[in-house]
Design a protein around this ligand. Sequence first.
Ligand code: OVM
Length: 406
Amino acid sequence: MNGMASGNSNFRDGVPNLDIDPFDEDFLTDPYPYHEQMREAGPAVWLSKYGIWGVARHEEGAEILKDYKRFCSSAGVGLANFKSEKPFRPPSLLIEADPPEHTRARNVVGRALSQKNVAALQEAFEAEAELLVDQILEKGEIDGMKDLAIAFPLKVFPDAVGLEEEGRDKLLRYGNMVFNVFGPPNRLFTEAVAEAAELTEWITAHCMRDALAPGSIGQIIYEGADTGEVTEAEAGLLVRSLLSAGVDTTISSIGNMLYCFTENPGEWDKLRSAPSLTKHVIEEVIRLEGPVQTFFRTSVEATEISGVQIGANEKLVLFLGACNRDPRRWDDPDKFDIARKPVGHLAFGSGVHRCVGQRIAQLEAEVILRKMAERIKRIEPIGPSTLRLNNTIRVRESIPMRVIAA
Ligand code: OVM
């Protein structure tokens, strides 16, 4: 299945051709052997099934992310090329835009998610973490996904944005859809877009100014409309970006964090004796098991990556999860090591599009992890965890686990 392509009209001469499908269920379930195959084949490999480039090495991944002039986002950051295909929703003003338009939108959102505004959320995050940790300790045996990794962000993040409580299950379905639609039109994509009409109507209504709570981050975004930096409609799209990007990613990260510790109990003991490592641990989790596994760029004109000739208007899929385990960059890359300080990982992207919500995401993970490390002596798996397959996000469906009070 993963041999050299032959007789394929997409065959590209003089470069490694692979017939790996990075969106089939086999790959999504266990991407790591495929990552290695792509990384070892070359700095950019031709994925003949889709007629796109795959980039799985850290150096080239970072180079492409940083160079928005050569590798644009406005043609979409999924497989679909917006120059020839109609986007399934009005494009994001952030992730599907390039400077200078991107910069204007980014500034408004950057201010709304500033250090100061995020720090103001800490108390509410801590109160909710306390409540949830009480609840899970009471239960003893929990599903780490449902009881923590979903429960926590799905409460604190939409609260912060100013979204009403009612209908938050739709937020999960919306995120799942957006991240599946970055992929090819496979089963995951098709099932997701079947919900597009209902979910688009819901999200659009809930991103309007009057739908958002007073004093919320959503309202701060609308201050950008008051100053004239963006239009009222653009402000709505920026709130949509927060709700698109901020839910599945943090759910995935917190879940992957629980997964890493249930698989590596010795690291939990280490964290409990060195809580100052908390911040680094979160970075190590997303280096190893990043929420966003892939984003695409499109070459603006013919160019070259480490000697590989790239044509104009060609799609490149960046395997962020593979870059983050590149042995050229990391020692013992597959090891979860909480003492590692994984500076330079690409889980938040890099360059002008680097995650604008990074601070709020980190705060969520930090608050819940600190609280757990304080009050929980041991966490252990009580059954196999399962994955929820998605074309972009690596996320668990369920993590059966036991928590034992300190
Ligand atoms: C957006 C958006 C959607 C999905 C992901 C993302 C990770 C952004 O709508 O801007 O960033």
